[in-house]
Design a protein. Structure first.
Length: 99
């Protein structure tokens, strides 16, 4: 299954995870929060699964989908949402193939 990941260096990873959990818990755009904790958030995007983890200095994004074209489409959607929330700290998502 194709997958991408991005690591965003930030001192506010826990704060961003909380903001995303709060915002995404309302199910915008047909997504569903599968699980949420202080360190991890798992979201079903319908055609892909997005996992967000926080550490003291980093926000880790992991995205997987059944199809590479869907993965590309959803990666743009996820990056846009994260960059909107992190615009004050100028967060930019740069995807890499997942290990």
């Amino acid at each position: 299954m194709p997958a991408l990941e991005a690591r965003l260096d930030t001192e506010r990873a826990e704060r961003y995870l909380g903001q995303l959990a709060s915002h995404l818990s309302h199910g915008p755009g047909g997504l569903t929060v599968v699980s949420a904790s202080a360190e991890e958030l798992v979201i079903d995007l319908g055609t892909a699964t997005w996992t967000i983890r926080s550490s003291p200095r980093q926000l880790l994004l992991h995205l997987r989908a059944e199809d590479a074209s869907v993965l590309e489409q959803q990666s743009a959607r996820v990056a846009h949402r994260v960059e909107q929330i992190g615009r004050r700290d100028e967060l930019h998502v740069h995807w890499n193939p997942a290990r």
